[in-house]
Design a protein around this ligand. Structure first.
Ligand SMILES: NC(=O)c1ccc[n+]([C@@H]2O[C@H](COP(=O)([O-])OP(=O)(O)OC[C@H]3O[C@@H](n4cnc5c(N)ncnc54)[C@H](OP(=O)(O)O)[C@@H]3O)[C@@H](O)[C@H]2O)c1
Length: 296
């Protein structure tokens, strides 16, 4: 049985960090690692380190069967095709089917918190459908239900700092933001030393915060006041449209706030610590490290 570890989305921020942690934190030898991208030229630095780089496109299942051939564990990093309804689930199902055809011994998948029906995030069904397909494949798996990245706050906090106001419909809902690098560290730990059987992890930050608490933390670090303005989903959507957010993005972004309000993004677990032996970096530290970019 092959002991190689294949990572898709290897040119992306998460996939790239997972490979870095496999090699540098876990001490996995480069010859055990396979990196997949649509454009192998992007990964010449990894190839120079001895990592095998293969081409694979989630829109062409045959290319994935070829890319996955001979691999032991295949980590499917969810794609970024969230704009076209149905596209991402189709891509992920092609990847699960390719993993089955290539007879891999283990599948990893980067999912989201509680993707079951009822989660208001518009793309939750992509993750739920992919998880179901993996469970039905009969192949051992590790499903990583990743929390919202701390880095996502770059989409909302700088504008809030600039205006002194943060418009949200999340209410008192909490989000357990987690650094992308901590997710990568935990995922690499599982991939390097796979547990017996299958596993589903919920990878969260060490604490969950309301937007008012995050605004207070950012305000203190940056030295500028931020008032949280609580809106309904409809008011938030109107405000986003008026501010020039592209129309197709508005319902998606509002669904994030609605999910936070429902509490589904606020789960806190110690799965990262269990996998890696250390706690994830606190949100306060991320804000301090990114003070200038946040508008401080
Ligand atoms: N939890 C969160 O808060 C959060 C936030 C943002 C995103 N995400 C999810 O997590 C994933 C990884 O995050 P990230 O920050 O690493 O995203 P990223 O930097 O945008 O990387 C996305 C990767 O997906 C690959 N990809 C896209 N379409 C593909 C296709 N048709 N065939 C093969 N590869 C394809 C790209 O590879 P090539 O271009 O090299 O082919 C790229 O490496 C995202 O794709 C998204 O599903 C989660």
């Amino acid at each position: 049985m092959s002991d190689t570890i294949l990572v898709t989305g290897a040119s992306g921020s998460l996939g790239g960090a997972i490979i870095r942690h496999l090699l540098d934190s876990q001490g996995v030898k480069p010859e055990r690692v396979i990196a997949v991208t649509r454009d192998p030229k992007k990964l010449s630095a990894l190839a120079a380190r001895g990592v095998t780089v293969r081409a694979g496109d989630f829109d062409e299942e045959a290319s994935l069967v070829e890319a996955f051939s001979g691999a032991g564990t295949v980590l499917i990093v969810s794609t970024d095709a969230v704009g076209e309804p149905g596209a991402r689930l189709r891509q992920h199902l092609a990847a699960v089917s390719a993993a089955t055809k290539a007879s891999v011994s283990r599948i990893g998948y980067t999912s989201m918190f509680s993707p079951e029906p009822g989660n208001t995030v518009l793309f939750a069904p992509d993750h739920y459908g992919t998880e179901q397909a993996i469970r039905e494949s009969g192949i051992a798996y590790s499903i990583f239900r990743n929390g919202w990245y701390q880095e996502n706050l770059m989409m909302s906090l700088p504008a809030a700092v600039g205006m002194g106001q943060w418009f949200t419909s999340a209410g008192d809902g909490r989000t357990a933001y987690v650094g992308r690098d901590d997710l990568a560290r935990a995922i690499a730990a599982d991939l390097a030393e796979a547990p017996a059987g299958s596993a589903t992890y919920t990878l969260s930050g060490a604490e969950a915060f309301t937007n008012a608490e995050i605004a207070a933390m950012a305000s203190e670090a940056i030295g500028k006041p931020i008032t949280v303005v609580n809106l309904t989903d409809e008011q938030l959507a109107e405000g986003m449209k008026a501010a020039g957010v592209p129309a197709p993005m508005v319902p998606l972004l509002v669904s994030f706030d609605a999910a936070a309000r429902s509490g589904v993004l606020g789960t806190v677990t110690d799965d990262i610590e269990k996998l890696t032996g250390s706690k994830p970096a606190p949100l306060k530290a991320w804000i301090a490290a990114n003070k200038a970019a946040l508008g401080g």
